[in-house]
Design a protein around this ligand. Structure first.
Ligand code: PBG
Length: 308
């Protein structure tokens, strides 16, 4: 029996069950979901105040204390530092990385000046303000259902990750998939991380079968950028890597975009780069370095001042 730890939210349960089915398939073992309550689930304080990794540490403790064998995380919630005794053994095929607008059928361009848009994410707030459309951003917390219920009530719209909406089956209520040209997603948005104890060598090796090399490449590039900027999931930093088949067999081409945005939307530094991960490269190393190099360029253009 393999114990797979999950948070108890509908979204976490949905994505964990999906991974659990895959774990059962590749190991041939039965998989039991073990619900772990995190301080982030108990508190209604804004995520920006709770701090980075609040949803993650309880799952990691459970792994370290051998109460579970596998943890499934939303990759974008992971701090950039990896704990010594744990390793991410797989990045399953990534879901849609884009943010989504929920606005009773309206798109961004339909929303009049002064529209109240629910989001507490500095990255989303700053990019909405940078559009110069006079939107008012309203902090919001709680699960997907709670947030969506406020549209048409005290809010005109909310912005959420489309991946989460798709995972809980509410994609039908998305009124616009926001183009990354306007709303660049969070590093690793839409991706999951499958984590094990390093000492669990056999399990780690088998779960490696769940890894999607393309998704792993994209996430490593985006997270390399985030790490070099020394920013966390609540900083106004955005990154998205498009990945595609390269020229030589096994090569992966990366088109990486990255941005740092002043919280009030008044200034943006946004750049892109291209690179190739060769078939025999260490995906993680090469792609992270691509992200780090783009971060250097962003810093040279003043990103650090915007993130202060
Ligand atoms: N910050 C919270 C969070 N962490 C992961 C997701 C779901 C999307 C994903 O897996 O990237 C969400 C909700 C959201 O941002 O709307």
């Amino acid at each position: 029996m393999i114990r797979l730890g999950t948070r108890g939210s509908k979204l976490a349960m949905a994505q964990s069950q999906q991974v659990a089915d895959e774990v059962a398939r590749v190991t041939g073992d039965a998989v039991e979901l073990v619900e772990i309550t995190t301080p982030g689930d108990r508190s209604m304080a804004p995520v920006t105040q709770l701090g980075v990794g609040v949803f993650v540490s309880a799952l990691r403790e459970a792994l370290e204390e051998d109460r579970i064998d596998v943890a499934v995380h939303s990759f974008k919630d992971l701090p950039t530092a990896q704990p010594d005794h744990l390793s991410i053994v797989a990045v399953p095929p990534r879901a849609d990385a884009r943010d989504a607008l929920i606005a009773s059928g309206k798109t961004l361009i339909d929303l009049p000046e002064g529209s109240r848009i629910g989001t507490g994410s500095p990255r989303r707030i700053s990019q909405l303000l940078a559009l110069g459309r006079g939107f008012e951003c309203v902090p919001i917390r709680g699960n997907i259902d709670t947030r969506m219920a406020r549209v048409g009530d005290d809010l005109d719209a909310v912005v959420l990750a489309s991946a989460g909406l798709i995972r809980v089956g509410r994609q039908g209520e998305i009124s616009e998939f926001l183009d990354p040209l306007q709303m660049l997603p969070a590093p690793a948005q839409g991706a999951l991380a499958v984590e094990c104890r390093k000492s669990d060598k056999t399990l780690s090796a088998i779960l490696g079968k769940l890894n999607d090399r393309y998704s792993q490449t994209a996430v490593a590039a985006e997270r390399g950028l985030l790490a070099r900027l020394e920013a966390g999931c609540s900083a106004p930093v955005a990154a998205l890597a498009d990945v595609s088949e390269g020229e030589e067999p096994g090569d992966i081409d990366i088109y990486l975009r990255g941005a740092a945005i002043a919280l009030d939307g008044s200034h943006t530094v946004k750049l892109s780069s291209t690179a190739t991960v060769a078939a025999d490269d260490d995906v993680f190393q090469t792609a992270s370095n691509v992200g780090r190099a783009l971060a250097e360029e962003l810093l040279a253009e003043g990103a650090a001042e915007l993130l202060k």
